[in-house]
Design a protein around this ligand. Structure first.
Ligand SMILES: Nc1nc2c(ncn2[C@@H]2O[C@H](COP(=O)(O)OP(=O)(O)OP(=O)(O)O)[C@@H](O)[C@H]2O)c(=O)[nH]1
Ligand SMILES: [Mg+2]
Length: 298
């Protein structure tokens, strides 16, 4: 029989590369929220997959980017912590984009780690065979990657190959978590993230980056769950935008979050959302910590 293996796999890359989509595809379940807005993910989020012979602890991380605020610096640092703690690192790139300065910055950082780096070339559904081969050839010339795996997180293509490859680079050892555990974050975190996801999907420009969502109260009465959230924005003007004309925007957000949380927990749910301004919170270390976004301050 094959020996049991277990360990940490950091999933890193630029914003929007598809890290969270891959995590969810690997787990076959929505563990992390996804959106087309950069820096959707803020915390390191473990997705734990236990099979007959392997326990994979995948760490989804914030997209590494050029920070403009203190929050951005903290997000990058969260990703660096995950890659330093990992046994093996999966670097996800968007295969439909050419190599740029953001990639070169990440590659330099990965080289310093001295760990096996698996290059995961995502979004191959957007490429013709010829274009893909050209791209793979180019990436292969950049560094001595332990492996290069093309795949599509969205279409769940070649996901099994990603698992097979990672297993090879995990150490032998017993499971680190109970086999039924899927993530290191609890329901409160997941609820807040789902509300944030609905906001990201409905808003544009600075709003997606400016919000934080906190759960203020959770009560259950006669089988129905009542959740009250506070949505933080960092400027007065954003409050009005988020509430929308006649309250339409916040209502849409509330209803779509309510629907998904209800499906998730299999109970009727009632949500209330309040919007609060915390001026310039993304540049205040104390607020970033208070909102649970700094992995070091846990
Ligand atoms: N066409 C295509 N789109 C994809 C694929 N994987 C992810 N996407 C899209 O890319 C966007 C970003 O996906 P996420 O999974 O949120 O990306 P991320 O790397 O986690 O981004 P951050 O959390 O912001 O760093 C979403 O709109 C996804 O639907 C893929 O295989 N093909
Ligand atoms: Mg993400």
């Amino acid at each position: 029989m094959e020996p049991f293996k277990s360990g940490f796999i950091a999933i890193v890359g630029r914003p929007n590369a598809g890290k969270s989509t891959l995590l969810n595809a690997l787990l076959g379940e929505k563990i992390a929220i996804m959106s087309d807005k950069p820096n959707t993910t803020r915390n390191n989020i473990a997705g734990i997959l236990t099979t007959d012979d392997t326990q994979y602890v995948f760490m989804d991380t914030p997209g590494i980017h050029k920070p403009q605020q203190e929050l951005g610096r903290v997000l990058n640092k969260n990703a660096y912590i995950a890659m330093e703690d990992a046994d093996v690192v999966g670097w996800i790139v968007d295969g439909s984009q050419s190599f740029g300065s953001g990639d070169s910055f990440i590659l330099d950082r990965l080289k310093e780690l001295g760990k096996p780096i698996i290059l995961l070339v995502n979004k191959v559904d957007k490429l013709s065979k010829e274009a893909l081969l050209k791209r793979l050839n180019y990436w292969a010339g950049l560094y001595n990657f332990a492996e290069i795996v093309p795949f599509s997180a969205l279409q769940k293509k070649n996901i099994d190959e990603v698992l097979t490859v990672f297993r090879q680079y995990l150490p032998e050892g017993q499971p680190l978590y109970p086999s039924e555990m899927k993530s290191d974050h609890g329901l409160t975190f997941q609820f807040c993230e789902l509300v944030r996801e609905k906001i990201l999907r409905k808003t544009h420009d600075e709003i997606p980056h400016s919000i934080a969502v906190l759960l203020e109260s959770m009560e259950e009465e006669k089988g129905k769950v009542y959740l009250t959230f506070v949505v933080i924005v960092d400027r007065d003007s954003q409050k009005g935008i988020l509430i929308g004309k006649g309250g339409e925007m916040i209502r849409d957000i509330r209803l779509s979050a309510q629907k998904e949380i209800k499906e998730k927990i299999g109970k009727p749910v009632n949500i209330e959302l309040y919007v609060r301004v915390e001026k310039n919170w993304r540049n205040k270390e104390s607020k970033i910590k208070e909102f649970g976004l700094d992995e070091l301050s846990e």
